[in-house]
Ligand binder design. Structure first.
Ligand SMILES: NC(=O)C1=CN([C@@H]2O[C@H](COP(=O)(O)OP(=O)(O)OC[C@H]3O[C@@H](n4cnc5c(N)ncnc54)[C@H](O)[C@@H]3O)[C@@H](O)[C@H]2O)C=CC1
Ligand SMILES: O=C([O-])CC(=O)C(=O)O
Length: 329
């Protein structure tokens, strides 16, 4: 059977995450080994030549599922017909830049990209924002795309989720595959809250198994939340292969579904669940099926968790106010 190729647009294609990501998409790991893909790469004009170089290497892999590569510096071209859009390219914080400057610079990227998605993407487009500050960049893009259902705009907290899985596996002497139902709540920032109170390790409640609140508060949570900075310190560059891996995981789970009885973490527009103000793009526990996701409902939130979820959500509200003040929403 011949399947129509799926159009996957990747922004920031010549960057370090792009270099780790494109080969995995083209090999079938994003959408499945039975799904042909066409890549659309968006870069700024000075980086087009580097993107061409990456495209040459993609050609040289002779991936059977790769049905074409187009490169452009025009979002209206790159998002044309996009079924999946991975928004990786963003303005990094540079010396002397305040938080407001960063939000404004990224507004200049994510607002026009949101508009281009609105005007040119396929009806079934699914958007993942990786570029930081990911949650608020996703909000800016979503606000610029009023014709696209709001829930199609998501932000990446899967890297945080994966980091938390490994830290918990190490602590409990388990394998990551033995762990289910872990949750990242809130913002992809140092305020995020990795929650093990509903997680299970080999079928046993993780928090009871660990039974060490000091480790949770002083080791596990800061290790996961500050892992990005630790990688920069160790590697001299920010996480790239692990970020690309998480982007692949995020979209793969969204499209192909969560395993029975398990859930994942995604930054998604809040419907007001768990006291998170409606519309904020915040990380929640979600199950996915048939290309749709649903927030896991009915989890009991204890005092320890409540304080931490509220703190991260408060940061998201401040970011929303800041971009509103800049006229980006
Ligand atoms: N959500 C998450 O878990 C993570 C997010 N990140 C973020 O991902 C982003 C990308 O990281 P890297 O690939 O390491 O950065 P990078 O600097 O290596 O690459 C970024 C690329 O984006 C391009 N770019 C800039 N503006 C653009 C525009 N308007 N349109 C298209 N392309 C544009 C640049 O030319 C550059 O090639 C950063 O914002 C980083 O902070 C990184 C790791 C994890
Ligand atoms: O911290 C950074 O700059 C990159 C990032 O988002 C992460 O690794 O989680």
């Amino acid at each position: 059977m011949t399947r129509t190729p799926v159009n996957v647009t990747v922004t920031g294609a010549a960057g370090q995450i792009g270099y780790a990501l494109l080969f995995r998409i083209a090999s079938g790991q994003l959408l499945g080994a039975d799904v042909p893909v066409r890549l659309r790469l968006l870069e700024i004009t000075p980086a087009l030549q580097a993107a061409e170089g990456t495209a040459m290497e993609l050609d040289d892999c002779a991936f059977p599922l790769l049905r074409g590569i187009e490169i452009s510096d025009d979002p209206n071209v790159a998002f044309d017909g996009a079924n999946v859009a991975l928004l990786v390219g963003a303005r990094p914080r540079t010396k002397g830049m305040e938080r407001g400057d960063l939000l404004e610079a990224n507004g200049g990227i994510f607002k026009p990209q949101g508009r281009a998605i609105n005007d040119h993407a396929a009806d079934d487009v699914k958007v993942l924002v990786v570029g930081n500050p990911a949650n608020t960049n996703a909000l800016i893009a979503q606000a610029a795309a009023p014709d696209v259902p709001a829930e199609r705009f998501t932000a990446m907290t899967r890297l945080d989720h994966n980091r938390a899985l490994t830290q918990l596996a190490k602590k409990t002497d388990a394998q990551v595959a033995d762990i289910r139902r872990l949750t990242i709540w809130g913002n992809h920032s140092a305020t995020q809250y990795p929650d093990i109170f509903h997680a299970e390790v080999g079928g046993k409640n993780a928090a009871q198994l660990v039974n060490d609140e000091k480790w949770l508060a002083e080791d596990f949570i800061p290790t996961v939340a500050k892992r990005g900075a630790a990688i920069i310190e160790a590697r001299g560059a920010s996480s790239a292969a692990s970020a690309a891996n998480a982007a692949v995981d995020h979209v793969h789970t969204w499209v192909r579904g969560t395993a029975d009885g398990d859930w994942t973490s995604m930054g998604i527009p809040s419907d007001g669940s768990y006291g998170v103000p409606e519309g904020l793009i915040s990380s929640f526990p979600v199950t996915t099926e048939g290309g749709r996701y649903e927030i896991v409902q009915g989890l009991e939130i204890n005092e320890f968790s409540r304080t931490r979820i509220d703190a991260s959500v408060a940061e998201l509200s401040e970011e929303r106010e800041a971009v509103r003040g800049l006229g980006l929403l």
